[in-house]
Write a protein that binds this ligand. Structure first.
Ligand code: HEM
Ligand code: HEM
Length: 289
């Protein structure tokens, strides 16, 4: 997929989730914001309550979307026969889209009343979404092929372009300047003994400082605006790659531990959802069927 097409794809998916959230929130705001004891007499009660036409409907559609989002991605990733169907990276993006959309629909299905054992399912869903956001951050720190498979340190180095000759011959930068810029680029930040949560913002502000220095040096050169942007982008990419290499083994460990957290919450959510559905069907809630 071309870069701009991919951007359009992501923007469309995000826009759908945001639009659905805003639509449901605005349409039902007066019902959802009313006190539980006043809801019974509210004019929208019969359609927006969890067993109402819309409330029940979005519960069913949201749960189906969640199930497709989880099992679709798992099948693509784990079943050999599907290993050639589409690019894994796009499947993960679609997993995130479907699971976010499904969660929004289920949130409005509950009408913001979290009672009974199904509340465990709801809070597990919240835990999976929050852990998903953290997992996504860890996931993108690990360099991968376009297919989404992890790269080893050797693969990464083999893929690196000849940075030095590109700067010298393509953009005409002088050797002394390249050495000066590369000195900034290769500065090391010692984070030994620093808490992992503090390491991340420290690393980001350290990188920001480096890129500011590099840009300042570049501004003093006679580069066209276009070439200035291109060289600055090359350095930014290198900085990100250096960070990913530095963090490679820790991030691989984190992702392993993270799977141990994300998966059980997903299972709890799905198991209690099945119990919840069996109970409500037994009690005769059939929606339009
Ligand atoms: C992850 C998925 C789901 C979650 C987290 C969830 C959560 C909830 C919650 C919190 C309530 C309100 C309980 C209360 O009033 O105290 C509820 C009610 C209800 N849900 Fe779900 N639900 C899910 C999926 C479904 C599905 C798929 C169906 C339909 C088959 C469904 C049908 C209902 C019905 C009919 C009620 C009303 C029950 C009553 O008024 O006694 N739910 N759900
Ligand atoms: C209710 C919502 C969600 C459920 C039930 C869910 C469930 C799952 C499951 C079961 C897996 C494991 C797949 C496997 O290893 O075979 C997974 C992977 C993953 N999910 Fe979710 N997820 C949800 C939402 C999200 C969200 C909102 C994000 C990100 C913002 C996210 C990001 C990820 C990532 C990064 C992976 C790991 C991919 C990999 O290592 O291949 N998930 N999810």
């Amino acid at each position: 997929m071309r870069k701009y097409l991919h951007k359009l794809y992501i923007v469309t998916l995000v826009a759908i989730v945001v639009a659905v959230f805003i639509y449901l929130a605005v349409n039902g705001s007066s019902y959802y914001l009313s006190a539980p004891e006043h809801r019974f007499h509210h004019e929208q009660h019969n359609i927006l309550k969890p067993s109402g036409f819309i409330g029940h409907g979005i519960g069913i559609v949201g749960s189906l979307i969640l199930v497709i989002g989880v099992f679709g991605y798992m099948a693509r990733k784990r079943i050999r026969r599907f290993s050639r169907v589409g690019v894994l990276k796009y499947w993960l993006e679609f997993h995130i889209f479907l699971c976010s959309l499904g969660s929004v629909l289920v949130l409005f299905h509950t009408a913001f009343k979290f009672g009974g054992i199904v509340a465990i399912s709801f809070w597990s869903m919240v835990a999976v979404v929050i852990s998903g956001i953290i997992g996504r951050f860890i996931y993108i720190q690990i360099p991968r092929t376009i297919e989404g498979h992890e790269l080893s340190l050797n693969d990464i180095n083999a893929l690196r372009p000849d940075f030095y000759s590109e700067l010298k011959f393509k953009y005409g930068l002088k050797e002394e300047l390249i050495d000066k810029l590369n000195f900034e680029l290769n500065r090391k930040l010692s984070l030994e003994g620093v808490n992992y949560l503090i390491r991340i913002p420290k690393r980001f502000s350290f990188e920001k400082k480096i890129i500011r220095k590099i840009k300042k040096e570049l501004k003093g050169q006679q580069l066209s605006r276009r070439n200035y942007n291109r060289v600055a982008r090359m350095y930014k990419k290198e900085i990100v790659l250096n960070r990913r290499i530095d963090w490679l083994s820790s991030m691989q460990d984190f992702l392993r531990y993270w799977h141990v957290l994300h998966l059980p919450f997903a299972i709890i959510m799905l198991v209690i959802m099945v119990i919840h559905v069996s109970i409500v069907v037994t009690f005769g809630y059939k929606w339009i069927f």
